[in-house]
Write a protein that binds this ligand. Structure first.
Ligand code: F6R
Length: 365
């Protein structure tokens, strides 16, 4: 049931406020995070893990890359994030000193399952973050955190990306606490902001019409560049993946600082540049990339923070998202990109919920 929406993808994008609330229910309350009902880990267990690996494919991998940037600021682990199809064929040091987290919406992705089996064999503690509680991965690992996003029908992952980020952030806070790395004040600050995010996200979703207008303006573009720095870089990767998956138009994401090392050669008035540029510590650096793109006459579509007028007169289109903590901006900046892709593909008449050549779960290598 599409609930009155023309596509499951649009329905699922619009459910994301509820997805955030569900993923935090019974895990976050009164300024603290408690996952001990699901994770039986003692402080001693956590202290025995020096390494933290997060392994996934596709959109789930991008959620892991976002979480990595939060984890590395609040925990003490030696962190590695990899795609499962690489991780499984490499000789990566891991063992009983490793907590290995496998992020898979379906819990059936062949490469992720294979990577998990290798890590478990080598003695790592294995945790699955999945939406499907009876899935193969959930049955095989030591521990499970469920997304609680509800079934996702659209092949392009949207609400489960949101749920994955939320669950991984809760995990980060839980681990940081067990490592004695988080003061109650810091924890409360994070929890208060996590609690506010669903409302902020819903205020973004309410303004989706303007994204439809922008998407239609660029319906003739056949190449897009997505740029972001720091925590916005994986958001750029996810934005480009959504666009190519459902519209079959070429979209490429780059870490903004890498633009001048090659991709800048692509820029001209036919190549729109989507810049994820929330007001954070790297904002000024990203702004310089916007100027570079404008100097090559590329149209710039920016995602920025409300109240930031620094892009006025520079970016061609600005979509504003509410203010949040620097480390939490992906929860708000990814939704406009999902919507942009959706409206762009819809205008082209694509099969949005079932894009060609793609399957909801990739059970073969
Ligand atoms: C993108 C998408 C895929 C999946 C990937 C991993 O929209 O849906 O990239 O994210 O195939 O799938 P799971 O998370 O089920 O392991």
């Amino acid at each position: 049931d599409k609930g009155g929406y023309p596509h499951f993808m649009l329905k699922e994008i619009n459910e994301q406020g509820a997805v955030l609330r569900n993923s935090m229910a019974k895990r976050l309350a009164e300024g603290t995070v408690d996952l001990s009902a699901e994770l039986p880990w003692t402080k001693k267990d956590v202290a025995s893990w020096k390494r933290l690996h997060i392994v996934a494919c596709g959109t789930s991998y991008y959620a892991a890359l976002v979480a990595e940037r939060f984890l590395e600021t609040i925990t003490d682990f030696d962190i590695r994030v990899d795609v499962a199809s690489e991780y499984r064929y490499r000789n990566i040091p891991l063992g009983p000193d490793t907590l290995a987290v496998f992020v898979s919406q379906s819990g059936e992705t062949a490469d992720t399952l294979a990577a998990e089996r290798i890590a478990r064999e080598k003695g790592a503690r294995c945790l699955a973050v999945t939406n499907v509680i009876g899935s193969t991965i959930a049955r095989e690992v030591h521990d499970v955190l469920q997304l609680k996003a509800g079934p996702e029908i659209g092949v392009a992952a949207t609400k489960t990306f949101m749920g994955q980020m939320a669950v991984l952030y809760l995990l980060a806070i839980h681990l940081a606490k067990m490592q004695g790395k988080l003061t109650p004040e810091q924890e409360k600050k994070y929890c208060d902001e996590l609690t506010a995010l669903p409302y902020k996200l819903e205020s973004v979703l309410l303004r989706q019409e303007s994204l439809q207008e922008t998407a239609m303006l660029y319906n003739e573009a056949r190449d897009f560049l997505f740029l972001g720095r720091g925590i916005s870089y994986p958001v750029a990767l996810e934005g480009a993946l959504k666009l190519k998956e459902i519209s079959y138009v070429h979209a490429e994401a780059y870490a903004a600082g890498e633009m001048k090392h090659g991709p800048i050669a692509l820029l001209d008035p036919r190549v729109p540049v989507v810049v994820i540029s929330p007001k954070d510590g790297l904002h000024e650096k990203t702004f310089s990339n916007i100027l570079e793109a404008k100097a090559r006459k590329s149209p710039v579509i920016a995602i920025a923070t409300e109240g930031d007028d620094s892009l006025d007169g520079t970016a061609d289109h600005i979509f504003f998202v509410p203010e949040t903590l620097d480390q939490f901006t992906p929860f708000l900046t990814v939704a406009p990109l999902q919507l942009f892709s959706y409206f762009f593909a819809r205008f082209l008449g694509c099969h949005i919920d079932q894009p060609r050549n793609l399957a909801k779960s990739v059970t073969v290598e």
